[in-house]
Design a protein around this ligand. Structure first.
Ligand SMILES: [Zn+2]
Length: 244
């Protein structure tokens, strides 16, 4: 059993129907057991996380400002553990790179139970990532998604070099290249530095992919219940620059 199975915030019958629709891909690590559906009726453990999409973004960026200024809050891990033992209602989902220098909970000064984080080198929305985010949106009522790229992304840089040199990377790395190559090819020839341009374009393309992903995410976006934004993390300052 994983955390996804323990308990959820409640969004009434729609959320529970959504669980049934999600299917195996949405919860690759485990099946959603009937007891999880019963737990969905419980009150969310963090009432302060029930926010509009815009308020969620404001809170996220205020957390980043604290992180940048070096005034991050002290988090009470013991109290949080107890509060979150029976459920979760994160106020934002973050699709970030796996780069060890990018830590969403740190850079947004967030506690456990606040962020639903999916990480993959190159921060692109694969089917598995989309399924995970669908779970956050439909079942956990998360009102905000941020696709978070970062400066000097090695995955984007490797894709640029692979395309430029016409080489095939070893192992499973070509799957990253395939996912990121659209952004690289779209920015080739543009003014400015190719790596930075491709990093930004990769974020924007994945924001658009999530916004138009049916049948769950696009429905929530159209209903103004979900906002999807993109940002780039600046390595030296820690600041997240919003792109959209
Ligand atoms: Zn990266």
């Amino acid at each position: 059993m994983c955390d996804l199975c323990v308990g959820t915030a409640d969004d009434g019958p729609m959320a529970r129907r959504g669980v049934l629709k999600l299917g195996a891909a949405a919860v690759a690590a485990c099946a959603i057991a009937p007891h999880a559906l019963a737990a969905a009726a419980k009150a969310p453990p963090k009432p302060e996380n029930i926010l509009s999409p815009n308020d969620a973004l404001t809170r996220l960026m205020k957390g980043n400002a604290r992180y940048v200024e070096g005034v991050s809050r002290r988090h009470d891990f013991k109290h949080e553990r107890e509060a979150l033992s029976k459920g979760q209602n994160p106020f934002a989902a973050v699709l970030s790179c796996a780069d060890s220098r990018i830590a969403p909970e740190y850079c947004f000064d967030a506690a456990r139970g606040d962020l639903f984080v999916c990480r993959v080198a190159g921060n692109f929305a694969s089917d598995d990532v989309i399924a995970s985010i669908e779970y956050a949106v439909q079942v956990l009522n998360t009102p905000l998604i941020m696709v978070l790229g970062h400066e000097s992304c090695g995955a984007v840089d490797a894709t640029i070099k692979s395309i430029k040199d016409g080489t095939t990377l070893p192992g499973h790395l070509p799957s990253l290249v395939a996912a990121i190559s659209t952004a690289v090819k779209a920015t080739q020839g543009e003014a400015g530095e190719l790596l930075n341009n491709a990093i930004q374009r990769n974020v924007l393309l994945n924001v658009e992919k999530l916004k138009t992903s049916g049948p769950i995410l696009n429905t929530f976006v159209d209903g103004k219940k979900l906002r999807i934004v993109g940002g780039v993390y600046k390595l030296a300052s820690g600041k997240v620059e919003l792109l959209v």
